[in-house]
Design a protein around this ligand. Structure first.
Ligand SMILES: Cc1cc2nc3c(=O)[nH]c(=O)nc-3n(C[C@H](O)[C@H](O)[C@H](O)COP(=O)(O)OP(=O)(O)OC[C@H]3O[C@@H](n4cnc5c(N)ncnc54)[C@H](O)[C@@H]3O)c2cc1C
Length: 519
């Protein structure tokens, strides 16, 4: 497994390389792999943290019977849509199998539901959602194929027959489980067309089978194993503990400045920083990124998904059940999904359970103390299991994704009324600076496999450009030649001439009838 290298460049000069890869998450490592495969070995990988893996991030937690901690995933936890024997394989599943990763089938039908008085049956609501969602899938597919204007997923679902009332908290809980649990955003906040496309492209193209990872080497072992196929032990091309602070780019090259004062001059660079890092302004650009790029960065959303882990001295919840869904009487998204690891197939007798929060509730938990969050969550458990005495946990932990300076959130989402052109602007290069990562994948955004393909693609394209070639030159559909396309201006659908009385537009938008203040 590749180790850290901390020193680079000699005083006053920048270290020189052909391609600088910024970030050693999935996209950074697959970009380096693509370059290696194309015999471009002159590259450097600059990484903030002391390890590769990025949002494939684990931590020790609690204690097993021998007194050693469990390894728990703070970030990515599932291989989603593993693939079918005769169809395409998810590349993450391929890596998982190569590394002998320990996983178990995630059975979303193995769910028990609860309200404020304990166990309650939501099965009619699950069925109603599923029926509407099937219709919504068809509608979204038609909208994509026929260039029909996008809307919110909430709109699509309502037209398809799923319209939960704001005060029907059990329906709201099913709504959360069915949408927010995956997207991290609500159906109100998500694109209808691309929300469905993003989900179907993974679960229909590969398969609707998810595997949950509880490998005690950590999920990122698959990435470390992949990296070790082209990076040597202590490879001098991997610079860990290196925080990039400024990127100066042009049509001729890219210079990267780091917090420790070192710098790198590259012919090309690929930033794989998360959308959250870009939105946060954690790295500055010179010249400033063009307006079309800035707009794209701020158009797409970075969600937060927080797993809050508890270890107790006993498994007081049903030990065969994987998921427990709670409908709070007043607040949608309030400690809604409890996932047991203490089942026979996961980490048996570990007495570990975790609850997932998203977005506003994640950010709220990030701002409050561990103790406050713990007590709120315990109060929910006491409602779910009124006949049990719920003790204080023996271990408790949660990550604060929005505040992590190398992530600033969990994964991206497409907001309502989005277009592929808007997304192309997120993906397009600015001069010789390229962009890759989970968020730049139009088909698999939010997923590990999205990051995987985007890193590979950027690496492959840059290697081809350096050799004055095209990727897939002979295929009209797959051919990629030269820099990526961007749109300076993105047009809407209504021409100014259509703002007429006939359309209900009663007054001229550009007349100001206020007297001039200076007169
Ligand atoms: C809580 C959570 C749950 C998830 N669950 C799943 C799941 O179950 N299944 C799934 O498929 N996907 C899941 N994902 C998404 C998946 O983790 C990501 O899509 C994927 O890891 C992103 O890889 P990346 O290479 O694009 O970005 P990252 O992994 O973010 O890699 C970027 C790298 O850049 C580094 N970096 C950032 N700033 C700087 C800087 N200034 N200087 C130097 N380096 C810097 C970072 O440290 C990082 O290593 C989840 C993510 C989270 C957070």
């Amino acid at each position: 497994m590749p180790q850290a290298r901390t020193q680079e460049g000699s005083e006053g000069t920048c270290e020189k390389t052909k391609v600088a890869i910024l970030g050693a998450g999935v996209a950074g490592i697959t970009a380096a792999q693509a370059l290696s495969n194309a015999s471009v070995h002159d590259f450097l990988i600059l990484e903030y943290r002391d390890t590769i893996g990025g949002r494939q991030w684990n931590k020790p937690f609690g204690k097993n019977k021998d007194g050693n901690p469990y390894i728990i995933e703070m970030g990515a936890n599932w291989v989603q849509g593993i693939g079918s024997p005769d169809g395409p394989q998810n590349p993450i599943w391929h890596l998982a199998r190569k590394s002998g990763l320990v996983t178990e089938y995630s059975n979303y039908d193995n769910v028990t539901s609860y309200n404020k008085d304990g166990a309650a049956d939501f099965s009619a609501l699950f069925d109603a959602y599923d029926a509407a969602s099937e219709i919504a899938t068809q509608m979204a597919g038609k909208a994509l194929a026929q260039n029909i204007q996008d809307s919110t997923a909430k709109t699509g679902l309502a037209v398809a027959g799923w319209n939960p009332k704001f005060n029907d908290m059990e329906a709201q809980a099913v709504d959360w489980w069915s949408w927010d649990f995956e997207a991290a955003y609500s159906p109100h906040e998500s694109s209808f067309v691309f929300g469905y496309a993003g989900s179907n492209l993974t679960f229909n193209y590969f398969s609707d089978h998810d595997e949950f990872v509880m490998d005690q080497r950590g999920f990122n072992i698959i990435l470390k194993d992949l990296a070790s196929t082209f990076l040597a032990e202590n490879d001098p091309r991997l610079h860990l503990n290196t925080e990039v602070t400024n990127i100066t780019y042009s049509d001729h090259g890219v210079t990267i400045h780091n917090k420790d004062g070192s710098c790198v001059e590259a012919d090309y660079a690929i930033t794989t920083f998360s959308l959250g890092v870009l939105q946060h302004g954690a790295v500055t650009f010179h010249p400033e990124l063009p307006p079309w790029k800035q707009e794209a960065i701020h158009k797409f959303d970075m969600g937060t998904y927080t797993k809050i882990f508890f270890q107790f001295n006993e498994t007081f919840w049903p030990s065969e059940t994987q998921y427990h869904l709670y409908a709070d009487p007043t607040t949608r998204g309030w400690y809604p999904i409890w996932q047991s690891l203490s089942t026979p197939d996961f980490l048996p007798e570990s007495n570990i359970i975790f609850v997932t929060l998203t977005n506003e509730f994640s950010r709220r938990a990030e701002l409050q103390s561990d103790e406050q969050t713990k007590q709120e969550a315990l109060a929910v458990l006491r409602k779910m299991f009124p006949d049990k005495t719920i003790p204080e946990p023996t271990a408790f932990m949660y990550p604060r994704w929005t505040s992590e300076p190398w992530a600033h959130g969990s994964y991206s989402n497409w907001p309502p009324s989005t277009t592929l052109e808007m997304h192309e602007n997120l993906r397009a290069n600015t001069g010789r600076l390229w962009f890759a990562g989970e968020a730049t994948s139009p088909t698999f955004f939010g997923f590990l496999h999205g990051a995987y393909y985007e890193g590979l693609d950027a690496g492959r394209q840059i290697a081809a450009i350096m050799k004055h070639k095209c990727v897939n030159a002979k295929s009209p559909k797959l051919r990629e030649c030269g820099p990526r396309k961007h749109y300076e201006t993105l047009h809407g659908t209504t021409f100014h001439s259509e703002y007429t009385m006939l359309n209900g537009w009663a007054v001229d938008s550009f007349v100001d009838n206020n007297p001039d203040e200076e007169e």
